[in-house]
Design a protein around this ligand. Structure first.
Ligand code: MSP
Length: 511
């Protein structure tokens, strides 16, 4: 059986999850569900990044003991993912003993390889991003032009000067090997638009990286030198193998290397430069793909607590339903491109795509099946009796393959628009075939074919949308009496079963 290992970043627990975190987690969940549907043995990992200065300071600001703080936050994340119907196989926390053990083992392996040396770091540090910056980075950054006080080139917040004893990791030693990997694996980093930026960063020359801190203790101690805690990004990246019980656990042997690490574009550098080199150092295969998606703004602005525009995915799901939120996020913008969230666009999509296109197709079809055949699914002699029917069947069949291509390319919005194309054509098919006329004229064979085709389109649609909208997919299949008929091919006869029409899937929102 083919395996598929997919991961999200592990999120910082300084705050509760917002729509941005939900976006990545839902996207990875959609792909994981789709791959399971296709028969893959999937491992979907998400989790939490609980160490480092930022988390420690967040707990201190609340006046709570750090471990207690991270435990509480972890419960919040788990609840949120549960509510959003995330079906993850693993949930890794960096404060777990299992993880800490692997981090130390990893560190030892790099030491043994001769890739770690002791020294002193003097430079700048951004606590919110937990990242080091040199004077040159800061000077060159457009964010620092005309400013008296340096700010982080990534997030724009003030950086701090640090000077401390540290262990360095020989990133520079692997520069050429990494460039070669990029050359030999053109699909390693996606979307391609992000590749040039990373390549030019590498070609500017990689500097050895400080990988331990001595000014606080909230982290994994370096084995044999516990004045140092391991740099939080180092600690965090290792989650992708510690969760699988590296280096000799059953899951590690089965699932590593990752098929895709999914993340926001701002942390590609860590995943496409530092992480691969860490793996090269310890002699482990690299992940097959790193995908950096775009960023959401809200009503045109960057989401932030100070602006007060942080969108809570749970409140949103409670208001609009889980499935519409999942659908909207993945349909609205191509994965990889930045998007803007607004209630107005969510409502517009809800009404147009879900209530109108999909909801009506299901409702009308089931109503006709009840009216003309007492709900019994017909078994037509020739379901491709005319050109319109042939076209509809051919389009459905083609779409199954096309959707597969889009899903494999993480082109979620594209996959959905292909599915909606069929829904649109099926709605037009109803108008053109006018089953009410066929009924009146007593053209029973044709009527059987039309209703059968529509039901079959709906069955396939239900399966294809189920990774995006799990409850909707299940509800549709159950109304079609097809819960156990999941073949993705047209023509499986549901004949003789009796459909069970339910309430409209998505009643229009009047807002
Ligand atoms: N802890 C690190 C990741 C370590 S992975 C080894 C981290 N955590 S984070 O909590 O800041 O999460 C960042 C991730 O959350 C982004 O990469 C992205 O997946 C998601 N997003 C956070 N805000 C987002 C938007 N506004 N828009 C889209 N995704 C966003 O970085």
């Amino acid at each position: 059986m083919n395996k598929f290992y997919i991961t999200t970043p592990i999120y910082y627990v300084n705050d509760i999850p917002h729509i941005g975190h939900a976006y990545t987690t839902i996207a990875a969940d959609v792909l994981a569900r789709y791959k399971r549907l296709k028969g893959f043995d999937v491992y979907y990992l998400t989790g939490l990044d609980e160490h480092g200065q930022k988390i420690m300071e967040a707990a201190q600001a609340k006046g709570v003991e750090v471990q207690k703080h991270v435990d509480e936050m972890a419960e919040g994340f788990k609840k949120a993912w549960n509510k959003l119907e995330i079906k993850n196989d693993g949930f890794i926390r960096t404060t777990s003993e299992k993880h800490k053990k692997v981090v130390q083992e990893f560190f030892k392996k790099m030491m043994e390889k001769g890739d770690v040396y002791k020294g002193q770091y003097e430079g700048w540090y951004c606590i919110p991003c937990e990242s080091y910056w040199t004077e040159i980075h800061l000077k060159d950054s457009p964010k620092n032009k005309d400013k008296k006080k340096y700010v982080c080139p990534d997030c724009g917040r003030p950086v701090k000067k640090v000077k401390e004893d540290t262990y360095f990791f020989k990133l520079s030693k692997y520069q050429d090997q990494l460039l070669k990997h990029f050359e030999e694996n053109p699909d390693f980093l996606q979307p391609v638009s992000r590749k040039n930026e990373v390549l030019s960063f590498i070609k500017q020359g990689l500097k050895d990286l400080s990988i331990s801190r001595t000014s606080f203790t909230w982290g994994v101690p370096i084995p044999g030198d516990d004045k140092h805690v391991i740099y939080v990004w180092f600690d965090a990246l290792i989650n992708y193998v510690s969760a699988l019980d590296a280096f000799d656990g059953k899951n590690y042997k089965k699932y590593w290397p990752a098929d895709v690490h999914v993340m926001g574009k701002e942390i590609i550098r860590f995943h496409a430069v530092i992480w691969p080199i860490m793996l090269m150092s310890v002699g482990v295969p690299l992940p097959k793909k790193v995908f950096g998606h775009g960023w959401w703004t809200v009503e045109g602005k960057k989401m932030s607590k100070t602006t007060g525009n942080v969108v809570d995915p749970i409140a949103l799901a409670e208001e609009f339903g889980v499935d519409p939120v999942r659908y909207f996020l993945l349909r609205e913008v191509p994965f990889g491109v930045d998007g803007d969230f607004s209630r107005a666009s969510l409502i517009a999509r809800f009404n147009a795509d879900l209530a109108n296109d999909l909801g009506n197709l299901l409702h009308r079809t089931l109503t006709m099946c009840e009216k003309y055949f007492k709900g019994e699914i017909p078994n037509p002699k020739n379901h491709k009796f005319d050109d319109l029917s042939k076209e509809l069947v051919a389009l459905s069949e083609k779409t199954i393959d096309e959707v597969d291509k889009s899903m494999n390319a993480l082109a979620f919005s594209e996959a959905l628009s292909k599915i909606w194309k069929v829904i649109g054509v099926a709605n037009t098919y109803i108008e053109k075939e006018a089953p009410w006329k066929l009924a009146k004229a007593g053209e029973t064979e044709k009527l059987e074919a039309v209703i059968f085709n529509l039901l079959e389109v709906l069955r396939i649609t239900a399966i294809l949308i189920s990774p995006y909208m799990p409850s909707t997919g299940e509800k549709m299949l159950s109304e079609l009496k097809a819960s156990d008929i999941r073949e993705l091919s047209f023509g499986k006869k549901l004949a003789g079963k009796k459909v069970a029409k339910g309430q409209p899937l998505f009643p229009r929102l009047e807002k």
